[in-house]
Design a binder for this molecule. Sequence first.
Ligand code: PGA
Length: 257
Amino acid sequence: MRKKIVAGNWKMNLDLAGSQNLASEICSLVAKNPLSGLKSAPSVVLFPPSVFINGVSTIVNDTPGVSVGAQNIHQNEKGAFTGEVSAQMVASCGATYTLIGHSERRSYFGEDDKLIAEKIAAAFKSNLVPMYCCGEVLAERQDNKHFDIVKHQVETALFWMEKSQFEKVVIAYEPVWAIGTGVTASPRQAQEMHSWIRQLVATRYGIETANKTTILYGGSCNGQNAVEIFAQPDVDGGLIGGASLKAEEFFTIISSF
Ligand code: PGA
């Protein structure tokens, strides 16, 4: 069976104490209600701000099934890049995943497909699992270009890899018009795009690999709509922003399988 994941992207929120409190609350909910009791037990990945990765990973270490990731890494291993943080640095603080290609990185920090592919390569070098985000903006969906846009994003960022490497990647489909807007994709819209992405993977790497690829949905997913979205056959969990900042609601999403 495919790996199910519910991930929390905390973005630029919380301070050290707030991050550690949230991580502790989530871990104690997970420990009290073991995920193994669910129909399909998801792994939980928390993405705190980079400066708190170490502080959060010391908390989650004792809770099986919960791990920590970085929201961003630099594409170079090291050097004179003032203010930047490398894959190796976040890995040494306890991160095992990294987000790459999030729409906020693309739009506010000008990250393009070439840079994103370089960051994915950097993640692999430090044994981080890349969680690759893709998705169309509203105008592209209104022009009926969303399938082409996502195809292009997935092909340029990921399809240069060998199959064995690709099989380590997690994909997150996040329609930009749904991120932080309260407007979520309908379960049907999510399913049709996830199925499209899986077909693309099948064409490039074969059906067996496609069936093993974890594809998450992100964009205003919350405690109310997660059950219906996660029930779609090609949706393997969620990348959650706003609703991951409240432990109870995040746990409701985790328990939505
Ligand atoms: P949202 O964010 O859940 O607040 O829409 C999702 C994301 O940006 O990953």
